[in-house]
Design a binder for this molecule. Structure first.
Ligand SMILES: O=c1nc[nH]c2c1ncn2[C@H]1C[C@H](O)[C@@H](COP(=O)(O)OP(=O)(O)OP(=O)(O)O)O1
Ligand SMILES: [Mg+2]
Length: 197
């Protein structure tokens, strides 16, 4: 079993960091990549897995600590799984509001029953930068894309993601509730099991 007393979170996204900290904070001392570097590695992989490993290795390299990365995104059925690994860059780097506007526009004439989507999270944990055996965990969260934004909690595509099991949008969930049922929560539950936490 892997043991360590500190872990660096390899994310530059404040919303994601907050969620990962809330899920892990009680178990291990969590540091943030921002303490070590402001430079975001280019996400050149073709899969969530490749990008998660790439971000984790980069964080381990700059920090000298074990590192955990999340690569995540929204896969929309009607769009053949897009924006997927390109979710953060969907509107050419213009940010969450532009990404959400572009998605609403792409689905503007699509009826409710064809608006299915999944959030995907892959977590990669490396013990050091060259770790030959990263731990990988994944989580999916099924829902639907709304016709307009609802709610102000969370980040990213949360205002557009309808959560059938709660009958509200992801941005209308309290943080603690989202952190129990989200894609990231599911991946994290697996990771904790793997680590014996
Ligand atoms: O729970 C979520 N609620 C709403 N939106 C979400 C969620 N989870 C991922 N997403 C969206 C945000 C971003 O558009 C993309 C992740 O992109 P991704 O590259 O993994 O993260 P990022 O660039 O924001 O930060 P970083 O790479 O430094 O961890 O998917
Ligand atoms: Mg990113």
């Amino acid at each position: 079993m892997i043991t360590f007393d500190q872990l660096v979170l390899a994310s530059h996204n404040a919303g994601k960091l907050k969620e990962l900290q809330a899920m892990l904070g009680g178990h291990v001392r969590v540091r943030s990549i921002g303490e070590f570097s402001d430079i975001e590695p280019e996400e050149t992989g073709l899969s969530f897995v490749e990008n998660a490993i790439l971000k984790a290795r980069n964080a381990a390299r700059v920090s000298g600590l074990p590192a955990l990365a999340d690569d995540s995104g929204l896969a929309v059925d009607y769009l053949g799984g897009a924006p997927g690994i390109y979710s953060a860059r969907y509107a050419d780097g213009l940010g969450d509001a532009a990404n959400n506007a572009k998605l609403l526009d792409a689905l503007k004439d699509v009826p409710e029953e064809q608006r299915g989507a999944q959030f995907v999270s892959v977590l990669a944990l490396v013990r050091h930068a060259d770790d030959p055996l990263p731990i990988l965990c994944e989580g999916l969260w099924h829902g639907r894309i709304l016709f307009e934004a609802r709610g102000t909690n969370g980040f990213g595509y949360d205002p557009l993601f309808w959560v059938p099991e709660r009958e509200c949008s992801s941005a209308e969930l309290a943080a603690e509730d989202k952190n129990r049922i989200s894609h990231r929560a599911r991946a994290m539950a697996q990771l904790k099991q793997r680590l014996g936490l």
